[in-house]
Design a protein around this ligand. Structure first.
Ligand SMILES: [Zn+2]
Ligand SMILES: [Zn+2]
Length: 343
């Protein structure tokens, strides 16, 4: 089969690899669509995310969807032909965290598209059949691939313990921030503030339902949100940026007693947090680690038309043009939000 392998930062090559075979309880999925994620971009640009560093070439991609073309032992062959969104990552299923339902933090998680585990930028993936979630015919493969970042957004909103009528700030209105804004809205957010350094992403925020989008390249985000909220701050502040500064901003724009959810990945091992601000306000700060149990609800929300993931997919490229797609996302060219590889 074909695959696109990362050999070194900014060095992606179209190569071939043996076709995988589905093992027990696995499905063989023909991949049709892979979304490029901010985390893929860290490997593409830096060859690492914090301490997780690439040592040998590997295949990127973990936001994917396709069609089941084969099944391993123990899986009903009637599933062949199903169009599915695939929840990436195979936890061990038996450790303390897995049995508690918190499988997203399983220490033995095998997550595709990171060092040591080839990802989905290839023709076939063998994955646990229970993580292959059927999607309706009306949902495009690119939309089905975007269920993955939507699952991240839903998990973020759940961690916030949002209540109807909450005010929200989303720092960083790239694809994840926009999906968080949409997820926050259906969770009852009454006013959503957004901020981004890229003017076209400020405009995208308004198009995705953000009520007040702040151009952080021109105005101070904290001042803008304080002005708009009469100095109170917001109930929930989400950090959805690839920045070392936004965790601190989230703490500053949250109201006393409010909640911060840190979802963005800066790529650094340590980022500054204003502990005095956080302590005096008595903030609850939570970190989002991917998702757990979110796929069925993400698919239901999109199927019901309550969240439109098409709003974040701005570009489509065939597999052989993957290097071009990464270069575009890396330079934030052509007003790109999410680039999708469709094949
Ligand atoms: Zn992702
Ligand atoms: Zn486990």
């Amino acid at each position: 089969m074909r695959c696109v392998r990362l050999h070194a930062p900014r060095d992606l090559r179209l190569e071939s690899a043996p076709d995988p075979k589905p093992g027990p309880r696995q499905a063989l999925v023909r991949v049709h669509s892979v979304g490029i994620c901010g985390s893929d971009l860290h490997y593409y640009e830096e060859g690492r995310i914090g301490s997780n560093k690439m040592t040998v070439p590997f295949v990127l991609g973990h936001e994917f969807a396709g069609t089941i073309e084969g099944v391993g032992e123990g899986i009903d062959p009637a599933r062949i032909g199903q169009r599915v969104a695939v929840e990436p990552g195979t936890p061990c299923f038996v450790c303390e965290h897995c049995t508690r339902g918190e499988y997203n933090v399983c220490p033995k998680m095998a997550f595709p598209g990171g060092p040591g585990h080839d990802g989905a930028l290839c023709d076939f993936m063998a994955v646990p059949a229970e993580f292959c979630f059927p999607v309706p015919e009306s949902m495009g493969h690119d939309e089905a691939a975007a269920i993955e970042p939507l699952a991240v957004a839903l998990h973020s909103v759940e961690l916030a313990g949002m209540r109807p009528g909450d005010t929200v700030a989303v720092l960083g209105t790239g694809p994840i921030g926009l999906l968080i804004a949409m997820a926050a809205r259906v969770s009852g957010a009454v006013t959503i503030y957004g901020a981004d350094l890229l003017p076209y992403r400020v405009a995208a925020a308004a198009a995705c339902g953000v009520d007040h989008a702040c151009d952080a390249s021109k105005e101070d985000t904290v001042e803008a949100i304080f002005r708009a909220t009469g100095g109170r701050g917001v109930d929930v502040a989400f950090d959805a940026a690839r920045s070392s500064e936004t965790a601190a901003l989230a703490c500053r724009v949250a109201r006393p007693g409010g909640t911060c959810v840190l979802t963005g990945i800066s790529g650094a091992v340590e980022d500054p947090i204003p502990v005095e601000v956080a302590r005096r306000k008595g903030l609850t700060v939570r970190w989002c680690r991917r998702f757990r149990h979110n796929y069925p609800r993400a698919i239901a929300l999109v199927s019901a038309g309550l969240i439109d993931v098409k709003k974040i997919v701005s570009h489509s490229f065939p597999l052989e043009r993957t290097p071009e797609a990464f270069a575009l996302v890396s330079r934030a060219g052509d007003r790109v939000l999410k680039a999708s590889i469709d094949f």
